[in-house]
Design a protein around this ligand. Structure first.
Ligand code: ZN
Length: 647
């Protein structure tokens, strides 16, 4: 299977493999098949949540794309590019920045194409083609000021009215806040995730909720999801899974948030079986007020080999705690059960498609996490695909000094990355304790950077430990060397390719990576890690891996102290000194080198196709294949899962 599918604009599209699928028995394959259908059936919901005209826009663009005969010229190329981006972002706003795309084609071109459409064959209706709709779509594509930003976080503005998403219609921020304050006051259960699964609209003078459920908002799509879940439940591996699916179906029938919490609690405890899934209104990043959730789905098949490694780490969690460099006063006496699974994604949908996450930790409700725990999964086949793609891009060669280092990366990069993730999640986030009187918000806006720094340092420190060989987690300590090389290279050079010249680093993970790399560079006096300039290009070379490991240990000790003591001054000092600013000269050099490689910074994934095989009137197998390209898959999904009324 070819991992790389295509690239356009700032995006590359990859395929992921699903190891072990073929060997599954028919029951499990059918379980996965129906869960996958339930994952794909919610696609239109996300388009509509991202903007109320997005489905009309998609229909019109697709009709033009499919019926145009003369597919040549710059306008056509730009038009195709635009449609591919709309598919990727489930709307006309960039998935990451949420700024509106600029079309590279002209209004003339758009209208010429539109007028050539034969309305009979195009699939478009009167609703699409009436004057008012076309005018709105024209503005959506060409007028920068119209619905310009999907999610606006600028604190001095009305966040609801300046965000063009479709979670709210006709209401102001203060009306939204008042509505949910009252809902909470009136409710007997204050723990509910108020507003999670609804759209808030103004009806005359009244503010009211349109709840996402069967018979309610998005009812047609939710009905389809529900039907596929009803099929899937027949093939569940055990009773707990059946209960989980039943609770989710109840939730989709009623829209009742209490059902959703019951579902989450049951879902957390469903640990047995090879197959698991995420399906529902989950993440709230798309709402500036953080209440309304976008729809998403993931079907997961356990990656046994990697999960075994994660379990070994979890079993030895106390050993790691006792053997880390942190002060004894800050260590935990016992480590409670951590649920960590490595999985292969089998199908991704909604807000996880095509841009898939690498790891997921759910549920989001803090009280459920505290009382019942959470499930943490790493998507190993997704990270492996990322890794494979990066090896063929010339990226490693450009930023490494020697061929030997590239070889190490190719040989061990994937295995050590996965191990780092397990150590980070389990040993890192699971370790350490706060001193009495210190609360988890003591470090304020530095809390998440310090926490991620701490987790990464645990991964780095133990990676180069003989214990890794003893536990069978690494084939050779060279794998740890490959990881150290990669970490330093990323922290000091390659990650800043994602940042515009002149900007600071803002994202917590990026800050923590630069903080660690820059701190050990300074603490080792430029000798342990050495800066080398060759032919005008900057590289970093590790001269002494043992000493570097010791430095990671020293920094870990200090970061743990900062967290345990809630020392916000020290947190601010270390983050601002090492994690935020970028050397402008180096940044400009790195951006130039990166531009030459033409590697898109964002990645998305195609799903494999699933086909039911019939034999003598019965289903005898589920076959998986990768025979699809990006546009083909998108058009197929629009046709098969285009289940919402166009309003
Ligand atoms: Zn983390």
């Amino acid at each position: 299977m070819e991992v790389f599918a295509e690239k356009f604009d700032d995006i590359k599209i990859l395929r992921f493999e699903v190891p072990g699928f073929e060997e599954l028995d028919l029951n499990k394959k059918l379980f996965i098949y129906h869960l996958s259908q339930a994952t794909l059936a919610g696609r239109d919901i996300l388009f509509d949540q991202h903007g109320k005209y997005n489905l009309l826009l998609r229909d019109i663009l697709e009709a033009i794309y499919q019926s145009t005969e003369n597919k040549v010229g710059e306008d056509w190329k730009q038009f195709t590019n635009y449609l591919k981006k709309v598919w990727f972002a489930s709307g006309p706003h960039h998935h990451y920045s949420t700024d509106k795309f600029k079309p590279g084609f002209s209004e003339d071109f758009f209208y010429t194409q539109l007028n050539q459409l034969n309305s009979g064959d195009s699939g478009l209706t009167e609703k699409h083609l009436n004057k008012d709709t076309i005018k709105v779509i024209e503005r959506l594509i060409f007028d920068e000021t119209f619905m310009g930003k999907r999610v606006n976080f600028r604190a001095d503005e009305d966040l609801i009215q300046t965000s063009s998403n479709n979670f709210y219609d006709g209401v102001s921020q203060s009306e939204v806040e008042a509505f949910y304050a009252k809902q909470k006051t009136d409710s007997d259960n204050k723990k509910l995730s108020f507003g999670l699964n609804s759209r808030l609209v103004k009806d005359g003078n009244e503010v009211k909720e349109e709840v996402y459920k069967i018979g309610g908002k998005y009812g047609e799509a939710i009905t389809q999801i529900h039907q596929h879940l009803a099929q899937a439940i027949k093939y569940a591996e055990n009773k707990t899974q059946k209960d989980v699916i039943q609770l989710l179906m109840d939730f989709y029938e009623t829209g009742d948030l209490e059902r959703f919490d019951e579902f989450c609690i049951q879902w957390v405890s469903a640990l047995d079986g090879d197959v698991d899934f995420i399906n529902g209104f989950i993440e709230t990043y798309g709402d500036p007020l953080g209440m309304k959730a976008t729809w998403e789905g993931v079907v997961q098949l356990v990656d046994e080999e990697e999960t075994k490694k994660a379990e070994i780490i979890a079993e030895n969690a106390l050993w790691f705690e006792q053997n880390s460099t942190t002060d004894k006063a800050y260590k935990k006496d016992e480590i409670k059960g951590v649920t960590l699974k490595a999985i292969s994604a089998v199908a991704v949908g909604g807000d996880c498609y095509p841009a898939s996450p690498l790891g997921i930790n759910l549920p989001n409700a803090e009280w459920i996490r505290e009382e019942y725990g959470s499930k943490s999964v790493t998507l190993t086949n997704i990270s492996n695909a990322h890794h494979k793609a990066s090896l063929s891009s010339g990226f490693a060669e450009e930023f490494t000094l020697t061929a030997e280092e590239v070889e190490l990366e190719k040989k061990y990069g994937a295995v050590s990355d996965n191990l780092h993730t397990h150590l980070h999640e389990c040993v890192g986030h699971g370790s350490g304790k706060l001193m009495p009187g210190v609360t988890s918000d003591a470090l304020k806006n530095y809390a998440s950077v310090i926490e991620e720094t701490r987790a990464d340092l645990c991964g780095l420190y133990f990676m180069y430990d003989a214990k890794m060989l003893e536990l069978g987690l690494l084939p050779h300590l060279d794998a740890a060397k490959a990881h150290y090389n990669g970490y330093i290279r990323n922290g000091l050079l390659t990650q800043i390719t994602r940042i515009k010249l002149g900007d600071d680093i803002e994202q917590a993970h990026m800050r923590n990576r630069q903080l660690i790399a820059a701190w050990v560079f300074a603490a080792g006096n430029g000798e342990v890690v050495e800066k080398i300039i060759e032919n005008g290009k900057t590289f970093f070379r590790i001269n002494d891996f043992t000493k570097l490991r010791d430095l990671f240990g020293v920094l870990l000790k200090e970061i743990q102290r900062i967290k345990s003591e809630g020392d916000v001054k020290a947190a601010q000092n270390i983050v601002e000194t090492y994690g935020v600013k970028i050397n402008q000269q180096l940044h400009s050099e790195v951006l130039k080198r990166f531009k030459k490689l033409q590697v898109p910074p964002f990645t998305g994934f195609l799903n494999p196709n699933f086909t039911l095989v019939q034999k003598d009137g019965n289903i005898s197998d589920v076959v998986m294949d990768y025979k699809t390209d990006y546009a083909e898959q998108m058009l197929k999904y629009s046709k098969e899962y285009g289940n919402l009324q166009r309003e």
